[in-house]
Design a protein around this ligand. Sequence first.
Ligand SMILES: [Zn+2]
Length: 285
Amino acid sequence: MEITLTVIFLCLVITMLIRFKKRVKYSYTDDSNNELQFNKEVPTLTSPLVYYGDKLDFHDESIRKVLIKHFPYFTQLLPLDQDKFISRLQKFINTKCFIIHDVKGYREMPILVSASAVQLTFGLQKFLLTHFSVIQIYPQEFIALEPMRVLIGNVSGNTINIAWKQFLEGYRNGFDNNNVGLHEMAHALYYQNFETEEYIDKSFKESFHLFTAFGDKIYLREKQRTIGLYSDYAMKNFQEFWAESIELFFENPGRLNSHYPELYNILCDLLCQDPLRYPYHNYPV
Ligand SMILES: [Zn+2]
């Protein structure tokens, strides 16, 4: 039995590796002008590609262009908040190293992946997720070790890993409660505040206790399938429940609010954002 399972798993790994060899078509990156400069100056067929954020030097207007095209959260912000978003995005990119596991890197990759972190933390004072200095971007599902498994995103050590294909799908289908970018940034935000000793956001930490206390009741209720708002994966543990609550909060705030208004309000207070009432709310976005 054990041998059969090992053989099946090895077949799965080989299939995944063969798929990695094929070029992935990025529907958002048809424009070859968007290719990151590094590739134009130094033609290379090696992977991964490494970009230091402080060397990328994007103009505000190129960032704005990418966000308007692909990031609905940004387009709904008031002009003043759009400026704040871009300024935060620039600072976030500057502090990260982006490792792209492909033969070409595109401007959208560092900009949009960073944008999902800025979206999540937009109401907070501390938004840099300083513990995480590396962001790795894979074309699609990737294999993680120890234990060996196929993933579309995870947070490990000082690294945030994201599968680009699924990341784009998360923002393309804005209302299906699946957004791997927000999901992994939620894990990272928790990790930053509860597992590291540095750069802790005290008021976030304090408010999170309310989420834990009230969320735990909903977590147990959802486990019994009374409402079924969350996926089976969210029922795996409370961390996944937290990450999926963030996906719901941004992708389907109305539904979350109508089923669990108290949880919705706790998340508004925790993140200092209210997607349902923006810009008519009292949070300092
Ligand atoms: Zn997760």
